[in-house]
Design a protein around this ligand. Structure first.
Ligand SMILES: NC(=O)c1ccc[n+]([C@@H]2O[C@H](COP(=O)([O-])OP(=O)(O)OC[C@H]3O[C@@H](n4cnc5c(N)ncnc54)[C@H](O)[C@@H]3O)[C@@H](O)[C@H]2O)c1
Length: 312
């Protein structure tokens, strides 16, 4: 069993990952400031293999000490999403990128680093793109730039690494977010019974948060087979347009009315297909369907007592 350090482990992906790793018998240390949902790790404190440190990930001495004590390092702590990074530019740079620079300085030969970034830079600028790992990334937001620069650093400076470029994640987590596109559409559908779409044929790609966790576990088990490379990570059947997503929600949530506004531009210019063939050829395939995720999210958002705390 491995010792795993997860920064940002109280977040949307981190809580699901920590939970699964502990279930599988690994030792997990989380460093997180609990910026959003203070209770997202409550279900894990009982666990003898769980160590939680409520600290700023920019504390270099702490990270240096923890990196030496752990095998796998999964740096998730970040200000996530373009709006949040625009609001707190300095913190976005020091958290998203500064901490990766620190990691590059303190990492040892025995560490294995798994880094997650966004694939959003692929789809901006050129219409109807089909992107693989060789397609140029051209992020336009500060968030996208900090994450792409972080990936460049990891690939250049860290001896043992695997990088994933993620599709937009959906589904339930112990720290819930409703700002991610599928989650947001289902949230709006349930709360307002109406979805208003601009540029409805723009295509995007998605992956369930449990599949992200499964991919990381697969990577830990098959590190040598995957190492020192970058992979797109998404659900291949979920390369779909916004209107297709809205109709999939409507199929399960009949009260939903879909309104299409013509001649109005979506500020989010992403319109692209992403190929996941490279990671699939290595033996990992995301399998949790969009329909399953939508059904789960309808249940969650229909219960008014459920907390949803977003990043901005
Ligand atoms: N969710 C997605 O769709 C997606 C897609 C691509 C990449 N990612 C990447 O995955 C990672 C996790 O994303 P998420 O969706 O779980 O986001 P999240 O906002 O839910 O989690 C981020 C966590 O980092 C913590 N954090 C922020 N600044 C900190 C600091 N200075 N010190 C300690 N903790 C701090 C927050 O408290 C939070 O728990 C990020 O690096 C993100 O860029 C996410």
């Amino acid at each position: 069993m491995s010792k795993v350090l997860i920064t940002g482990g109280a977040g949307y992906i981190g809580t699901m990952l920590s939970t699964k790793l502990l279930e599988q018998g690994h030792h997990v240390t989380v460093v997180d400031l609990l910026k959003y949902d203070k209770g997202s790790l409550n279900h894990l404190y009982f666990h003898k293999n769980f160590n939680f440190i409520c600290e700023d990930v920019r504390n270099k001495n702490l990270i240096k000490k923890l990196v030496r004590q752990n095998d796998f390092i999964i740096p998730l702590a970040a200000l996530v999403g373009a709006p949040l990074c625009e609001k707190f530019k300095k913190d976005a740079k020091s958290t998203n990128l500064g901490t990766i620079k620190t990691l590059c300085e303190v990492v040892t030969k025995k560490n294995k680093v798994i880094y997650l970034t966004t694939n959003s830079g692929y789809g901006v600028g050129e219409k109807n793109k089909y992107c693989d790992e060789n397609s140029p990334l051209n992020p336009i937001s500060l968030y996208g730039r900090t994450k792409c620069d972080g990936e460049d650093l990891v690939r250049l400076k860290i001896k043992n690494h695997v990088c994933f470029r993620l599709a937009t994640v959906f589904g339930h987590s112990y720290r819930m977010r409703s700002d991610l596109l599928v989650n947001n559409f289902v949230y709006t559908a349930v709360k307002k019974k109406k979805l208003t779409l601009f540029e409805p044929h723009f295509r995007r790609n998605f992956i369930h948060v449990r599949d992200v966790v499964n991919a990381i576990i697969f990577t830990m088990k098959n590190f040598n087979k995957l190492k020192n490379d970058v992979y797109n990570l998404g659900l291949s059947s979920a390369n779909i347009s916004k209107i297709m997503l809205a109709r999939s929600i409507q199929k399960q949530y009949k009260k939903l009315k879909i309104k299409i506004v013509k001649n109005r531009k979506d500020p989010d210019k992403r319109d692209y297909f992403v190929s996941n063939r490279k990671i699939e050829n290595k033996g990992f395939k995301a399998t949790i369907s969009l329909d399953k995720g939508i059904s789960e999210l309808i249940q969650i958002f229909s219960n008014d007592k459920n907390k949803v705390i977003n990043n901005y």
